[in-house]
Design a protein around this ligand. Structure first.
Ligand SMILES: [Zn+2]
Ligand SMILES: [Zn+2]
Length: 403
C-alpha cells in the first residue's frame, strides 16, 4: 500500500465552497495530514455543515464525475451524476494534492443508493416476506449490481487517486434501508437482524449452491419475525449471535457474495493503477449514534453485514474500520481485533470522529488516536469529517497527530 498515514475526509461541496487550496492548507498544513479523502460518489443525506456557505446541506445520490461511457456501456445501472460534475472537481484536488506531495483517496459509496433502488426495485434486497422494502440497499449478489460496482470502482480509480475507499460494498441492515423508517412494533435484536436479510433469487441461488436450505431458512426467518408482528413480545434474550439452524447456515453463505465482490472490485481498481481500501461499516452499526458500542468487538460482528474480515483482507490491499467509540480501550481492542484477523500485507486504517459523540477534547482525540495506532493495530488514521464539524473541533487533529 502507498504511504498514507493520516487523512481527513471531505466532500466535494467543501472544496467548492472554500476552495480546494484553502482546504488543503488546513488539512495538510495546519492539521498535519498527508492525505485528503474526498467523496467521489456519495449518497443522500441532510447534513449540518457548520462552516460551509450552507449551514445545512442537502446531498443527493451520485458521482462527482462524468461516468466514462465505455465503462457503463451495456450496463443497466449507471450512477446518477451530481450537479457540477462536468467541471471535474476531483481533477483540481488531484493536481493540488500531487503538487504538495500528498495522496488523494476517492471515497466511494457503492451499494447504498436510494435513487438507483427506487428506479430498479428488483436489484434491492428482498426480505423473508418477499417485500422489496429497502430501496437504499442494492443487493451485492445481484449480477447487475456487481457489474455496476466494478465499473464505478474503475471510474474512480481513473481519477488518478492513490486509493479507492469503498463504503457499502456489502449487505445493508434493516434499520437503515431507507431514510424515513417507522416501526410501531417492538423488534428485538434477532427480529431486526432477520428482517434485514436478503432472500432475492440471487442470494437464494448462491446459498443453495453453497449447500444451505434457503427455503427453510426463509420460512424460519418469516416465522420468527412473524411472531412479533402478530403481537408477541420480542425475545430480548435471543440474539442474532446465536441464530437457529437453518437460518444460521443461510447467513454463513452470505460472506462469499461479499468477499467475491470485494475481490472483483479490488482487481478492477488495481487494473486501473490504484488500490482498494474496504471500509467495514460494523463499527458504525455499533457506535454511530452515541459512541458507546457494547458487547462483541466490531470484527466479531462484521458477519452481520455479510463481511468476513479475514477473507476480505486476503483479497484487498487495504481495510478500514470505523473506530466509533469514546473509550480509548475499546478503540484499541477493536483495532487490534481487526489487525489480528487481517492477513498480511493488507494494511489497516482506523476512522476516528474528532467531535461528538466520540471525542470531548484534543487530549481525548490524542488518546484515542494513540490507541488506534502502533504495532498490532492500525497503520493509518482518518478523521471524519472536514465539513461536518466546527473548525475548533478540527483543530484537535494536529494535537492528536503530534503524539
Ligand atoms: Zn443512508
Ligand atoms: Zn439478495
Amino acid at each position: 500500500m502507498e504511504t498514507s498515514t493520516a487523512s481527513t475526509y471531505a466532500f466535494v461541496e467543501d472544496l467548492r465552497a472554500e476552495g480546494t487550496a484553502a482546504v488543503l492548507d488546513r488539512v495538510l498544513g495546519s492539521y498535519g495530514c498527508d492525505t485528503l479523502t474526498v467523496a467521489a460518489a456519495y449518497h443522500r443525506a441532510r447534513d449540518v455543515t457548520p462552516h460551509g456557505p450552507a449551514r445545512v446541506t442537502l446531498r443527493r445520490d451520485g458521482a462527482h464525475f462524468v461516468p466514462p461511457a465505455e465503462l457503463f456501456d451495456g450496463l443497466r445501472l449507471t450512477p446518477p451524476v451530481q450537479a457540477g460534475a462536468e467541471r471535474e472537481p476531483l481533477r483540481e484536488a488531484r493536481r493540488l494534492t500531487a503538487e504538495r506531495g500528498a495522496a488523494l483517496h476517492g471515497w466511494t459509496v457503492f451499494l447504498h443508493n436510494t435513487t438507483l433502488g427506487l428506479a430498479h426495485p428488483d436489484v434491492t434486497q428482498q426480505n423473508c416476506f418477499g417485500d422489496r422494502a429497502a430501496p437504499a440497499d442494492l443487493c451485492p449478489a445481484h449480477p447487475d449490481v456487481r457489474a455496476y460496482a466494478v465499473a464505478l470502482a474503475r471510474s474512480v480509480a481513473r481519477l488518478g487517486v492513490e486509493a479507492v475507499v469503498a463504503e457499502s460494498l456489502h449487505y445493508g441492515t434493516f434499520g437503515h434501508g431507507y431514510h424515513h423508517e417507522r416501526s410501531f412494533v417492538p423488534l428485538g435484536p434477532l427480529e431486526d437482524f432477520l428482517l434485514g436479510l436478503c432472500f432475492c433469487e440471487h442470494c437464494v441461488r448462491r446459498a443453495e449452491d453453497a449447500g444451505a436450505d434457503a427455503g427453510a431458512a426463509r420460512a424460519q426467518a418469516g416465522r420468527l419475525v412473524g411472531r412479533v408482528l402478530d403481537g408477541a413480545p420480542p425475545d430480548d434474550d435471543a440474539d442474532a449471535g446465536e441464530l437457529p439452524e437453518p437460518v444460521a447456515a443461510y447467513v454463513r453463505t452470505r460472506t462469499k457474495a461479499v468477499t467475491s465482490l470485494a475481490a472483483e472490485v479490488a482487481d478492477a481498481v488495481a487494473d486501473e493503477g490504484s488500490q482498494l481500501v474496504f471500509l467495514d461499516l460494523t463499527g458504525a452499526v455499533k457506535g454511530y449514534a452515541d459512541g458507546l458500542p457494547t458487547g462483541a468487538l466490531a470484527a466479531d460482528e462484521a458477519w452481520r453485514i455479510g463481511v468476513d474480515p479475514a477473507a476480505v483482507g486476503a483479497v484487498v490491499p487495504g481495510y478500514a474500520l470505523l473506530a466509533y467509540a469514546r473509550d480509548a480501550e475499546r478503540v484499541a481492542a477493536d483495532t487490534a481485533a481487526y489487525r489480528a484477523v487481517l492477513p498480511q500485507p493488507c494494511t489497516l486504517r482506523a476512522v476516528l470522529r474528532p467531535g461528538v459523540p466520540d471525542t470531548v477534547t484534543a487530549g481525548h482525540l490524542r488518546e484515542r488516536t494513540a490507541a488506534a495506532t502502533g504495532p498490532g493495530r492500525a497503520d493509518a488514521v482518518d478523521f471524519y469529517h472536514y465539513g461536518l464539524v466546527p473548525y475548533p473541533v478540527l483543530d484537535r487533529i494536529p494535537v492528536a497527530l503530534k503524539a
